[in-house]
Design a protein around this ligand. Structure first.
Ligand SMILES: Cc1cc2nc3c(=O)[nH]c(=O)nc-3n(C[C@H](O)[C@H](O)[C@H](O)COP(=O)(O)OP(=O)(O)OC[C@H]3O[C@@H](n4cnc5c(N)ncnc54)[C@H](O)[C@@H]3O)c2cc1C
Length: 296
């Protein structure tokens, strides 16, 4: 099918883009990489009156290291940049590892990280990664400017905390302390497919090797990316080994209640969540212990 007729605008400044959004509100859509929006329009599930193309906003095309050690990624930065950018590879290995699971290279060449997050598909990898990392989202409109914590950003299937005329202009990935290990694992039917189940792990160790903090975030386990707070808390203060990790995985399996979908039953997804948690935690502790912050 072809999209319904629409107008097209290619503003050259953020201010102009936000003004257009304020003018057309819900009758408009921001066009980032178009990898989710254009298929939706082709099926006429979305029929915006006007597309506001973000690709000319060069001021939002950055990956920047802040003095705090945090990394900021602007709205027009593509998935591919998460694969090759030295700042991401060195400072945000979880993002770098997970992005290779997002779709296919052609889609990563075009799709953007912020577009992916604004789209808020519960099967997507990156929302879970943002939850695990405790990322922050910078939302701006002509009249407002605010930061939203990852845990408050994803509200439901394709639903975020962005309000009316707001644009997601950048995200902030917090700095990684010492003795931290991360890991992302998923299972999908074919390479490039959305995950049947996926887990993002951020594990921080105390000097004595016990767990100081553990974050476990899952994709395709609910209407949004979700954390498993009971499982996370259960590991704190304990050594991270086969036995404790297996216990955490068992808690995950009782804590999550993933819906059935065409690719996998709830029971199978629950089983996968346990297996992936165990494997990803063991990988994360290996990386944390070795001081290996790189994904590979
Ligand atoms: C075959 C195929 C396989 C895929 N597999 C995966 C996968 O395995 N995992 C995965 O995560 N994704 C997958 N995707 C989706 C892909 O990653 C998209 O790139 C991503 O979901 C959207 O990014 P985009 O930049 O293309 O956004 P667009 O399609 O341009 O926009 C998506 C939505 O977000 C809005 N939007 C975009 N940018 C902003 C912004 N800055 N502020 C506010 N709203 C904004 C748009 O208006 C639109 O509603 C797949 C896509 C295809 C076609």
């Amino acid at each position: 099918m072809k999209p319904a007729r629409f107008k097209y605008a290619n503003p050259k400044t953020l201010n102009d883009a936000l003004s257009l959004r304020a003018e057309y509100e819900d009758e408009s859509r921001f066009l980032a990489g178009g990898q989710s929006l254009l298929p939706t329009m082709a099926f006429r599930l979305a029929q915006p009156e006007i597309l506001i193309d973000l690709n000319w906003l060069h001021e939002l095309n950055y990956v920047r290291l802040e003095t705090s050690g945090a990394i900021r990624v602007g709205a027009t930065v593509r998935h591919r940049e998460m694969q090759v950018n030295r700042l991401i590879i060195d400072h945000q290995p979880l993002v770098n590892e997970a992005v290779f699971q997002v779709a296919h290279q052609q889609i990563r060449n075009r799709g953007t990280l912020c577009g992916n997050l604004a789209h808020a598909d519960p099967s997507s990898e990156m929302p879970a990664v943002m939850l695990a990392l405790e990322a922050r989202f910078h939302a701006k409109s002509i009249d407002t400017d605010r930061w939203i914590e990852a845990v408050d950003f994803f509200l439901g299937v394709f639903e975020t905390a962005l309000e009316g005329p707001e644009m997601l202009i950048e995200i902030e990935l917090p700095s990684m302390p010492e003795r931290i290990g991360t890991s992302f694992m998923e299972l999908s039917r074919r390479p490039g497919d959305y995950a049947m189940m996926g887990v993002a792990v951020v594990l921080t160790l105390n000097k004595d090797g016990t767990c100081a903090n553990c974050r476990l975030a899952f994709c395709n386990a609910s209407d949004t990316a979700v954390l498993a707070p009971k499982a996370m808390a259960s590991l704190v203060g304990k050594p991270v080994n086969e036995e404790t990790v297996r216990a955490v995985a068992n808690i995950v399996q009782t804590e999550l209640d993933p819906p059935d979908n065409i690719n996998a039953s709830s029971a199978y997804k629950t089983h996968l969540a346990g297996v992936l948690t165990r494997r990803a935690l063991l990988k994360a502790v290996e990386r944390a212990s070795g001081g290996a912050r790189a994904a590979a």
